[in-house]
Write a protein that binds this ligand. Structure first.
Ligand code: DIG
Ligand code: MN
Ligand code: MN
Length: 389
């Protein structure tokens, strides 16, 4: 088996503590795997070949830990990072597990909860920065409703905006080298989560006081849950200079958030996503926000982690083959043929350009007769993905 499928630090593969630390509990059954410590998880990820490890504050430091316990946990974690060479590119706050957040955190109707959410996030940002994080993710898992009778969507948006403005000011005030990445999800655990898609987040970011330091963390499963094309969402974020982080996994449409192993469900979607990231030279983390099946034990968790990275590298190689394939590239040249005659009409507006364009004669019937060889091109892509080429 070619060693090119073995992960290396330059691939920047990362996992959250909560991913390989997932014990298999779900709404219909309790844990099936023993909980591993953060130190054990760091060593497991290092053995699998990961480059980095991410965490929610309480993945590392239990919410009820004393100051002394916190210091010991952080010291042990730092020692494991030093021993393995793993880095911490991203950190985030758990604003969804504790009952205090059952009606949201920054958008809760209870001002004490909103203030507590800020308090918790300030301290979690300090912890993330202390461990080296340069990206801070906000996933508003509880920021939503089951009934819109009791919560104003407009006021909730304003509350979320004020919280993020405050936290941006904090990072600036502390002189932290930190960017914020907002993660969208359409629902679960709330019936409807505010700002449900990456596109919605991009629109929201434009309304923030420090929008320059805020981007997005698109997650494959979450856009798929909304029935959307994940690569298109990522391309929009990239085009806006806002792809600050990415959560890779997989998802079967019209299901709960399955957080499946990357590439295990939609190989073609995963291919076009990997191709996009590699084509544009995305230099950020390839973060796998996923977990092993509940059916599996620890060996399965390790296979899950290795499988995420292996599939990414196989698809990366397929993307390179796509670019080098003469027949595919010839079709792309045919599809994108351009004699330059229309260039006079594109680009910046001018009164003269509009006048000439309005007066120009187009052969509409001829335009309608031109087909595109997408069937042939897509079959070549399928051949490539199935190893028949
Ligand atoms: C869920 O997809 C969320 C949480 O796991 C975490 O807050 C974020 C970071 O990847 N993704
Ligand atoms: Mn998810
Ligand atoms: Mn995620």
């Amino acid at each position: 088996m070619p060693s090119s499928y073995l992960p290396r630090p330059e691939h920047k593969f990362t996992f959250g503590l909560w991913t390989v630390g997932n014990t298999g509990a779900d709404p219909f059954g309790k844990a099936v795997r023993s909980a591993l410590t953060p130190v054990e998880l760091v060593h497991l990820l290092a053995e699998a070949g990961a480059w980095g490890v991410n965490f929610h504050d309480n993945d590392l430091v239990p919410i009820d830990a004393t100051a002394a316990e916190r210091d010991k946990i952080v010291a042990d974690f730092k020692q494991a990072l030093d021993a393995t060479g793993l880095v911490v590119p991203m950190a985030t706050t758990n604003l969804f597990s504790d009952p205090a957040f059952r009606d949201g955190a920054f958008t809760s109707n209870d001002p004490k909860v909103r203030a507590y959410a800020l308090h918790k996030t300030l301290r979690a940002i300090d912890l993330g920065v202390e461990l080296g994080a340069k990206v801070y993710v906000f996933w508003g898992g509880r920021e939503g409703t089951e009934t819109d009778a009791g919560k104003s969507a407009l006021e909730s948006g304003q509350r979320f905006r004020e919280a993020l403005n405050f936290l941006c000011e904090y990072a600036i005030d502390q002189k932290y080298d930190l960017k914020f990445a907002l993660e969208a999800k359409p629902n679960e655990p709330r019936g409807d989560i505010y700002l449900p898609t990456t596109g919605a987040m991009l629109g929201f970011i434009a309304t923030l006081d420090h929008s320059e330091m805020v981007g997005v963390n698109p997650e494959m499963a979450h856009e798929h849950m909304a029935g959307l094309n994940f690569m298109h969402a990522v391309a929009q974020a990239w085009g806006a200079g806002k792809l600050f982080h990415i959560d890779l996994n997989d998802q079967n449409y019209a299901r709960y958030d399955q957080d499946l192993r990357f590439g295990s469900q939609n190989v073609k979607a995963a291919f076009f996503l990997v191709k996009f990231l590699e084509d544009v030279g995305y230099a950020g983390s390839r973060h796998f926000d996923a977990h092993a099946y509940r059916t599996d034990n620890l060996d399965g968790v390790k296979a899950f982690a290795k499988g995420c990275m292996r599939t990414y590298l196989i698809l990366k190689e397929k993307a390179e083959q796509f670019k080098a394939d003469a027949e595919i590239q010839a079709l792309l040249a045919e599809i994108n043929a351009d004699d330059g005659s229309m260039n006079q009409f594109f680009g910046l507006y001018s009164t003269g350009k509009a006048a000439v364009l309005k007066a120009h004669e187009f052969d509409r019937l001829a335009l309608g007769k031109r087909g595109q060889p997408y069937e042939k091109l897509d079959q070549l892509t399928i051949d490539l993905l199935l190893g028949a080429r």
